[in-house]
Design a protein around this ligand. Structure first.
Ligand code: HEC
Ligand code: HEC
Length: 435
């Protein structure tokens, strides 16, 4: 069974890499799963009709009338709307660029559907997925904390601690390589979602136990049927639904999004920003040198003065070394995962969207505040042999930014404009269990 799963996962990975972001059965040919539906601003979440054409197991058209779709086994345990929430809202224009499209790691064989993400949401919040039924994915990826958690290392089902800081999940879908974890050891999100469940510290189930657990909950049969066309439970389907839910967590309603829509150009002052936030934005693009990594184009920057092609995804495109340590130590990230010393100290960074909610920071949670993060880049970058070129001066030595106090405070104020309060409160990503 594991071998079969691995084969499927490898196939999914190949599909993603050959740029199959288009659902194979998409009858419109519009392709883009992020924005192809159009027409719905997504804030009411109640209109599932438009996305039905992309779902594998659509039942809306011939199902019972609104309100009585779910039997008591579902509605006694869960507060779920029917038709399901819309998990593919139209995204703002700055998301709809060829560059951002290339970042989307949705594989052709697991397109996002509303019933699929709904099933994923229930699985994500279900403590039945841990050995002693005490924790769920959401225990360490809380909606109010940018889908991360507020502690340095997270507690697993028996109180053991994870080896690294939890990662925020917003916009995880837009990571070019589709690799997951700080050290990128999961090749796809479909592979990643089963790993915490089997992790001996985190949730502690075998895949066979997982399937039994899910089958034992009376509310899942209908949800699997809605998502996949029949009630069969297997590990591939659990992983696919969880991946759909995680990919659906898109942050697009921050002050930054409002500002870029109003100003058009990231270098112009945003009308909705304070003077301090606008100064911080200048530092982010200019003397702070943050944008080349955290607002990466996935290719060469345009000519100087030209707006970058990616104004939406505040995420590094390739794991790299940001000079936290001077040399190899007991956690070398990608270097250890690949057994390649040339990659020692390389780590993926989660999106900076909602970063004000995801403290503490870095793979080991070493910095408590954004002010400490800014101090690191200003004067604390270490001369690791693999330090990224973008953090080196002309002689190859670690950069000293020399920002003044006003610039540092402004940079933190700017990072706080990337907080998406609408996402933190949106019922689509909230706990569906009644208690
Ligand atoms: C006990 C806490 C804990 C639980 C439970 C947990 N996670 Fe995580 N999650 C973490 C930590 C810690 C990391 C970073 C681990 C690493 O990189 O080695 C992480 C990383 C991730 C990532 C990688 C994000 C990225 O951008 O690379 C995803 C996705 C994720 N978790 C999803 C899930 C899902 C889905 C579940 C439930 C099936 C889950 N997690 C359960 C703590 C947890
Ligand atoms: C060379 C590329 C690079 C540059 C330039 C860079 N960063 Fe980072 N950043 C990273 C990497 C890589 C990580 C993850 C490192 C780790 O945890 O080991 C990271 C992590 C972070 C984190 C923590 C994210 C989290 O969820 O824990 C913040 C915040 C951050 N950077 C802000 C900034 C700011 C602000 C600037 C500009 C002053 C900046 N970065 C410049 C590569 C870069």
């Amino acid at each position: 069974m594991l071998a079969a799963l691995a084969t499927t996962l490898v196939a999914a990975c190949d599909d993603a890499e050959s740029m199959g972001t288009m659902p194979q059965d998409d009858p419109t040919g519009a392709g883009d799963t992020a924005s192809g539906d159009g027409g719905d601003d997504g804030t009411d979440g109640g209109d599932g009709g438009e996305t039905g054409d992309e779902t594998a197991g659509e039942t809306q058209d011939d199902g019972p009338a609104d309100g009585d779709h779910y039997p008591a086994e579902v509605s006694d345990a869960l507060d779920l709307p029917w038709p399901p929430f819309d998990y593919s809202p139209a995204l703002p224009a700055h998301f709809q660029t060829p560059t951002v499209d290339t970042f989307d790691n949705t594989p052709a064989d697991n397109p996002l559907s509303d019933p699929g993400a709904t099933l994923g949401r229930v699985l994500f919040y279900d403590v039945a997925l841990s050995a002693n039924e005490t924790i769920s994915c959401a225990s360490c990826h809380a909606q109010a904390d940018g889908f991360s958690d507020p502690v340095t290392l997270s507690e697993g089902f028996e109180g053991g601690l994870t080896g690294r800081n939890s990662m925020g999940l917003a916009n995880a879908r837009f990571y070019d390589s589709g690799h997951f974890f700080w050290d990128e050891r999961a090749q796809t999100l479909e592979e990643q979602t089963l790993m915490p469940i089997q992790d001996p510290v985190e949730m502690g189930l075998t895949l066979a136990e997982l399937v039994e657990r899910v089958e034992a909950q009376p509310y899942y049969a209908v949800l699997f049927e809605d998502a996949f066309g029949d009630a069969q439970v297997d590990a591939d389907r659990i992983s696919a639904a969880l991946a759909q839910f995680v990919r659906s967590i898109v942050s697009y309603r921050t002050d930054w999004d409002e500002g870029i829509a109003a100003a058009g150009n990231p270098m112009a002052d945003f009308p909705n920003y304070s003077a301090q936030q606008n100064l911080g934005k200048q530092v982010f693009f200019g003397p702070g040198r943050c944008a080349p990594c955290h607002l990466d184009n996935g290719g060469p920057q345009g000519p100087p003065g030209m707006a970058p092609q990616n104004l939406a995804i505040f995420q590094i495109t390739v794991a790299t070394n940001n000079g936290l340590d001077a040399g190899p130590n007991d956690d070398n990230g990608v270097g250890d995962a690949l057994d390649d010393p040339q990659r020692d100290g390389d780590f993926k960074s989660p999106s900076l969207r909602n970063v004000a909610q995801t403290a503490p920071y870095m793979h080991d949670g070493r910095f408590e505040t954004l002010a400490e993060v800014v101090e690191h880049y200003d004067n604390g970058v270490q001369a690791h042999p693999n330090l990224d070129q973008r953090l080196r001066g002309p002689g190859g030595q670690p950069l000293q930014l020399g920002l003044d106090q006003a610039q540092k405070l402004a940079l933190v104020a700017f990072l706080e404009t990337l907080t998406d309060d609408a996402l933190a409160q949106d019922p689509r990503w909230s706990d569906p269990f009644r208690d």
